[in-house]
Design a protein around this ligand. Structure first.
Ligand code: ADP
Ligand code: MG
Length: 525
């Protein structure tokens, strides 16, 4: 299903004299003490897909926000089509031919596609005459760029992939020549992502210029013509995609060599640790989120749960971790666990030997106002080893926290700092350190590397594999299919609350899992 973009690629060498579609010169931007962008210069050729890659916090979104008129640069100049352009607000950006597709769409849910597209583009009094005109224009755009959506459908009835198309159409309706997409595939199934890239390919062949921000090396390698790398506010390199490779890009992003593949031996599974039978979870609104799920997980094994966000994986983790009630049967080492009422809460689960790195670390994994050292025992604080007489053994906990921070390379190395003062990646390291340290029989781990830098991803993955090799059972939930495939020994796919299928990781691939994630089973396909 992958798109052959190679043949659509313009010959960059053949177009040397054209003015760049976009040129930035010496752009700098500080937020207080944080230098988000440092003297950034970049030149983007028209009719190309230009990727921008960089770790979290590298400054990519800041740079794009300057370009779209959300932030004012402290210094620097912007040239569009060779002409110096001042962009004080998003109206000016639109007027200059820049379109932005946001990560969290800004569409009005209960309005139609057509209404959303003209919203803000025309003034209210003209709405009715505009609708007729817009309908024609939309039909034209849809045809030209193969961007099919029903103009009269209400946004909330559209899939995420189609909502994104509406965002793109909205930008094109405003005559964007330069389209910026900030992490556009985070919310898409693999098939939807393929469709998106087919559309981008089409836009490029019509002469549009596309700036693609992504942290996914694969997308950069497959779909871009040129790639710029950002690290700590600086643009560290711009190279032709055909002349680089994922390892080099990762090194440019992180500033050191990074192991991109998870280094692991085949699993040697032991006895059943977790046995789930006919598990159901109904949420507070009465919606069934987990439907008759049965799964088995053995010691020394990583079972990955793949799925598009919102298909019941979160609720599955929550009920196992003691954060939600369920019905059915869950056994840990042969012992039935209560799924509601007494003894079914998070603390009881931890006491039973289930460690949990929750998906939502800020809500369930940490107390944001508490110090890192206090968080290093959160959930386990009542256990005897952390008591000293009638009180908490603060000295002992602090010493242990300092040691954990050292080993997990938590930065800054200050256990007295509140959790909220660490970056997302470092918060995650605090939680992972705490849970792995418990030496649990079963580790539940949700989105282990969401918002985490490449260097720290490598480290967290190694820790998970090490735990497996010590004979522990690991249930991994992740919306990153790459992560599921590289870490798991077995993969189960969830769709609409159900398990659509189970595969050995070594015997499946992204395409097969992608179909299951979209609810297509073998028979349908
Ligand atoms: P990226 O998109 O590459 O992840 P960002 O551009 O969002 O990076 O952030 C770059 C740096 O600027 C980070 O350290 C971030 O915390 C900081 N930053 C971004 N926006 C703001 C803001 N509005 N106020 C203060 N700091 C900000
Ligand atoms: Mg960003």
């Amino acid at each position: 299903m992958s798109v052959d973009t190679q043949k659509g690629r313009p010959d960059l060498a053949a177009l040397p004299d054209q003015a760049p579609a976009l040129e930035l010169r010496g752009i700098s931007k500080a937020f207080g003490p944080v230098q988000a962008n440092k003297d950034i210069s970049i030149s983007v050729q028209p009719g190309t897909i230009h990727g921008i890659i960089g770790e979290n916090g590298a400054g990519k979104s800041t740079l794009m926000s300057i370009l779209y008129g959300f932030y004012k640069a402290d210094k620097g100049e912007i040239f569009i089509g060779g002409k110096q352009t001042v962009i004080p607000d998003s109206q000016a950006a639109i007027a200059a031919g820049i379109g932005m597709v946001f990560q969290h769409f800004k569409l009005v849910e209960n309005f139609s596609v057509l209404e959303n597209i003209i919203l803000g583009a025309e003034d209210g009094a003209l709405l009715n005459t505009s609708l007729g005109k817009a309908r024609k224009e939309l039909a034209h755009l849809a045809k030209e760029y193969e961007l099919n959506v029903d103009p009269d459908e209400v946004i909330e009835n559209l899939s995420v992939g189609h909502q994104q198309r509406v965002e793109i159409l909205k930008a094109l309706y405003r005559q964007a020549e330069i389209l910026i997409l900030d992490e556009p595939t985070g919310v898409l199934t693999p098939a939807e992502a393929d469709q998106l890239f087919r559309i981008l390919d089409r836009l490029r062949s019509e002469g549009k210029t596309i700036i693609l921000i992504t942290h996914k090396l694969r997308e950069i390698m497959e779909y871009t013509d040129t790639v710029s790398v950002m690290r700590r506010g600086e643009m560290t390199a711009t190279v032709k995609t055909s002349e680089t490779n994922p390892e080099q890009l990762a090194e440019l992003m992180v500033g050191r060599k990074v192991l991109l593949r998870v280094d692991k031996k085949p699993a040697t599974p032991g006895a059943n640790v977790l046995e789930i039978g006919g598990l159901n979870v109904v949420d507070e609104q009465g919606v069934r989120r987990v439907k008759d799920v049965s799964l088995t997980l053995k010691a020394g094994e990583i079972l990955g749960i793949a799925g598009v966000a919102g298909n019941g994986q979160s609720e599955l983790l929550e009920v196992l971790g003691g954060y939600a009630d369920g019905t059915g049967s869950v056994k840990l080492n042969g012992t039935e666990l209560p799924l509601s009422g007494a003894g079914s809460d998070g603390q009881a689960r931890r006491a039973a030997g289930i460690a949990h790195v929750p998906e939502d670390r800020q809500r369930e994994g940490l107390i944001m106002d508490f110090a890192a050292w206090e968080n290093s025992v959160f959930g386990y604080h009542n256990e005897p080893e952390f008591q000293s007489g009638m009180l908490m053994d603060n000295k002992g906990i602090q010493a242990k926290a300092a040691e954990q921070m050292e080993r997990f390379d938590v930065r800054p190395r200050n256990a007295n700092l509140s959790a909220k003062n660490f970056s997302g990646g470092n918060q995650q390291k605090i939680v992972v350190a705490r849970e792995i340290e418990r030496n649990p029989d079963l580790l539940l781990i949700g989105q282990p590397t969401r918002g985490v830098d490449i260097g720290a991803i490598e480290f967290i993955h190694q820790q998970i594999v090490e735990l497996r090799d010590q004979g522990k059972a690991i249930l991994l939930v992740s919306v990153e299919l790459d992560e599921i495939l590289s870490l798991s020994d077995r993969v189960a796919v969830m769709f609409d609350g159900q398990i659509m299928g189970e595969r050995k990781a070594s015997e499946t691939n992204e395409r097969e899992l992608g179909l299951l994630m979209a609810g297509v089973t073998g028979e349908d396909a």
